[in-house]
Ligand binder design. Sequence first.
Ligand code: IMP
Length: 502
Amino acid sequence: MAFYFEEPSRTFSEFLLVPGYSSADCVPTNVSLKTPIVKFKKGEESAITMNIPLVSAIMQAVSDDNMGIALATEGGVSFIFGSQSIESEAAMVSRVKNHKAGFVISDSNISPDKTLQDILDLKEKTGHSTVAVTEDGTAHGKLLGIVTSRDYRVTRMSPDEKVADFMTPFEKLVTANKSTTLKEANNIIWDHKLNALPLVDENEHLVHMVFRKDYDSNKENKLELLDSSKRYVVGAGINTRDYEERVPALVEAGADILCIDSSEGYSEWQKRTLDYIRAEYGDTVKVGAGNVVDRDGFRYLADAGADFVKVGVGGGSICITREQKGIGRGQATALIDVAKARDEYFEETGIYIPICSDGGIVYDYHMTLALAMGADFIMLGRYFSRFDESPTNKVNLNGTYMKEYWGEGANRARNWQRYDLGGDKKLSFEEGVDSYVPYAGSLKDNVAISLSKVRSTMCNCGALNIPELQQKAKITLVSSTSIVEGGAHDVVVKDASNNLIK
Ligand code: IMP
């Protein structure tokens, strides 16, 4: 006879947190959101600890190198999408690893034989007014000069004038050696009242630019997540097919952590992938596995050697797996069950395997609920896809800005590895949709607001860190009428201009 779960399968929106006692020191500025991402033994620390409990989804529409840099700057980790060629995924990883905050690879470069018109065209394209003049017009060519808007007057000069004739030449520039630290570079910028400082190597080839305007923003990133060589931490998605080629390339590119990206994690394919990684790299390569939704799935991946386990089937915003296949489990129920299994495993073995709640976060308070229900960290797709840093197009639809967002199981992603169970190299039916999400601005601003809500709710529960929240949280189911009570009700809401909001 089939097995029946006793509890219905529930989602985050069916729960609320009940306030607990909060002492006077329980204020948001005292809250730490640090959290482990890979397994560790009792009494030891995780080899990678994030400063905020958020990771971005392994999706084409979400996690590229830009997202990787932006999220690591705030203290989280992006998992670069795996549904691309091995070379381009490794190149994205390496761009995150080689990005040095404040040190910019010049994107506006020109050779001296070009004209004022070319400078104007370049400015239009990049939006940047400082142009490096290099011998071959590349970002790392021999530096011959700089052009800024102070070097030309469009009204007084011919568009055909040669760059060499009006640039500020190398001899007159203040430059610094490529090994200059950010602090030193900023002192030079300050002393010489510069807007930009080129850093060059011993052959006068341009290496980086440091811009005055970036200094303040670089000083602010107290939570940025760096490895032992002060490079950003980044993750990368792998699949259960081409791991023998993909894993070495990603490791070589500097990925700090990998994750098997699959809609179904409770499978022999995942074990084979983990076995390969352990045989080749021992414990030096960190790798998460998933997705699972119950105790059995967790135990299987824990025993197979996963460094973390990802939870969730069918709860993603773009996901139609449950409709198409009738498979999955309400995200809250799945998480609560797997969190119990993780704690049980820890009791038995002394090994703590972090779990990641993947998908289905709609409101900011869902983040707090997921953490309270036992998630060590949370993976989000839709949330991050709305920001400037996501790789997709921003489009204006009837006056509203939207970003594109599509599932890895939509035909558009062509990600057959994620859904394939050993069959054809094509999707026989879709498990995801192609969609728009409302554009929401910068990652930094949005993450700051979301996490300030999380910290504030944690204080209401009397918790100053995530483990404390998991211990102290009191969680209640809500009835459908009490959900209505939770929003503005029985009033007619108006906006700042006193117009009624329909
Ligand atoms: P979201 O944060 O609710 O948008 O969910 C993102 C998660 O949905 C991802 O991390 C994946 O686990 C999952 N996902 C991504 N693409 C698809 C798809 O096409 N079908 C089903 N699930 C998907």
